[in-house]
Write a protein that binds this ligand. Structure first.
Ligand SMILES: *Cc1c(COP(=O)(O)O)cnc(C)c1O
Length: 219
């Protein structure tokens, strides 16, 4: 068994089945990604359009593909959106409105996550926690975009235990939004935790973890 297959099996054995494991593909070969899918990975995370286009054909029909990297407004075009089953990094009404228009033209509804800037870092993408409810309320008027949850990255920390407050605040926000029962909003996905922090994220209620290094090894 390859190292990648062995690591995938081990992770899928240890991570509770209600948590979806996303394999993060940035910087990986199509062959490595294909091995991860063969070993049981059902969802791939792409940071860049070029990676999605390069790896897409190798895994077509065998895995869902989620955009987890920064989404720029000029990237919101039919040819790009067609590659994804979910967009996890929506952080403005302008982006959401563009996605809504393109999805309508494609005759589909796009599931999206609102990215939360839980570390309140100026240089990071995402919406600060205070502004998430207002954005989700505005997005609930867009009928070709369905808000299905929240995603967060959190700051880069040396000790996994220090992620608790960031993931906890995001989970509380998630629960609060669930309680609002807004139209076109179904809060079911909480995407948080990477190779360093996924155990803490799961303790804090993550339903999806995004793993690169833990699956493919160091970059
Ligand atoms: C790279 C990346 C990950 C995975 O990071 P690892 O430390 O390799 O597990 C998860 N989420 C996002 C948004 C990323 O860019």
């Amino acid at each position: 068994m390859s190292d990648i297959a062995a690591r995938v099996r081990d992770l899928l054995d240890r991570i509770p089945t209600h948590v979806t494991v996303i394999a993060v593909c940035k910087g990986r070969s199509a062959e490595s990604v294909s091995e991860a899918v063969d070993a049981g990975i059902a969802v791939l995370g792409q940071n860049y359009m070029v990676d999605a286009r390069r790896i897409g054909p190798t895994v077509a029909g065998r895995a869902s593909v989620h955009l987890i990297g920064r989404l720029r407004s000029h990237d919101v075009r039919p040819a790009n959106l067609k590659m994804f089953d979910m967009l996890q990094s929506v952080d403005s009404l302008d982006l959401a409105t563009r996605i809504d228009r393109v999805s309508e033209a494609l005759g589909q509804q796009m599931p999206v996550l609102v990215e939360v800037n839980s570390g309140r870092e100026a240089q990071k993408g995402g919406v600060v926690p205070e502004s998430v409810e207002a954005l989700v309320r505005e997005m609930s008027g867009l009928t070709h975009v369905q808000v299905v949850g929240l995603m967060t990255m959190g700051p880069l920390l040396a000790e996994p235990a220090r992620y608790h407050p960031y993931f906890n605040e995001t989970r509380q926000l998630f629960r609060h939004l669930q309680s609002l029962c807004l139209p076109w909003v179904s809060m079911t996905v909480l995407s948080m935790g990477t190779s360093d922090s996924y155990e803490v994220a799961i303790e804090e209620g993550a339903t999806m973890v995004r793993l690169g290094t833990a699956i493919f090894g160091p970059r």
